[in-house]
Design a protein around this ligand. Structure first.
Ligand SMILES: [Zn+2]
Length: 299
């Protein structure tokens, strides 16, 4: 399992969660020492941006994983790369490629994030069969259909290569609970992927499962995006303050403003990832419960 926290440098919770997991597996007082079946590689994503506490330095490291661009970057000499993030991507890609070349039975790619607004934890579904089946068993909401709308995410890249992608959002960037939720996602993932045996990790797994399950009971477990408000810097986009992730909004409600005036919700929905930070390309998303056979099956 290859895990990345801090692909966005202003999202320290994923890094902290991975540090806890690594400590519990291999630290001086590791509860689960010697229990791992397989390999776990935990990495910090955008090192320079993490150091400076910024989402990115020159460009968003989670928007540049277009397959042709990745190949160009990894074949280039570092001195030829024009952005800080191309260098970061090159290092990450090489470390992951080393694992892929070890001939693993299966590669899991876990990508841990947080949001600028307050939020409960949730997962992204990646349009790849193995991911859809895998995240269906998680005790938390799964959001469908974002990834095709976002160009160049690492999750889409590794999903298309056939790896099982675990893409999680833990909550607000600085909230202490975000670290707990992302740690819990990792324990659930390690057991469900078979890297930890249920018997060996029963207590930690049960605690993690319950934490996620109880936190997210009030919201639907399977949702889909039906509206995506993309922004450019020149839009002067400003979200109306106070929205929380998954908060219900009504048709016609004013959600934000930009150079053209008020931006209203086109329908009754739940708001997802309202932007409360300076850097970013997604103003907000609107989601609703996904009512399909698949959703009914999941309960
Ligand atoms: Zn992020």
């Amino acid at each position: 399992m290859v895990c990345v926290g801090g692909l966005h440098g202003n999202e320290p919770a994923g890094v902290l969660a991975l540090e806890r997991v690594v400590d519990a597996l291999d630290g001086p007082h590791a509860l689960l020492k010697g229990k791992l079946h397989g390999r776990l590689l935990a990495m910090r994503g955008n090192l320079e941006a993490i150091r400076r506490g910024r989402r990115f330095i020159d460009e968003d490291l989670n928007r540049i994983w277009d397959p042709e661009h990745v190949q160009r970057v990894v074949r280039s000499h570092p001195s030829e790369l024009t952005t800080s993030e191309m260098n970061e991507m090159r290092v990450l890609y090489r470390a992951i490629q080393d694992e892929v070349e070890r001939d693993a039975e299966r590669i899991y790619f876990a990508d841990l994030h947080t949001t600028s607004s307050h939020s409960l934890p949730f997962m992204w579904s990646i349009p790849d069969a193995s991911n859809g089946h895998f995240v269906r068993n998680y005790p938390m909401p799964v959001i469908y259909d974002l990834v095709p709308r976002i160009q160049g995410s690492s999750a889409a890249y590794f999903g298309h290569l056939g790896h099982t992608v675990i893409c999680a959002e833990g909550g607000q960037h600085e909230a202490a609970a975000s670290v707990d939720y992302l740690e819990a996602v990792m324990w659930v993932s390690l057991v469900q992927a078979g890297l930890l045996k249920h018997n060996d990790a029963q207590e930690i797994y049960t605690r993690a499962y319950r934490l996620l399950d109880e936190a997210t009971r009030a919201i639907p477990r399977v949702m889909e995006i039906f509206y995506h408000h993309k922004i450019k810097l020149s839009d002067d986009f400003m979200m109306k303050p106070g929205y929380l992730n998954f908060q219900e909004v009504e048709a016609g409600e004013v959600l934000a403003r930009d150079v053209n005036g008020e931006i209203r919700s086109p329908a009754n929905a739940r708001i997802l990832m309202p932007l409360y930070q300076a850097q970013g390309e997604d103003g907000f998303l609107l989601v609703r419960e996904r009512r399909t056979d698949e959703a009914r099956m999941t309960g």
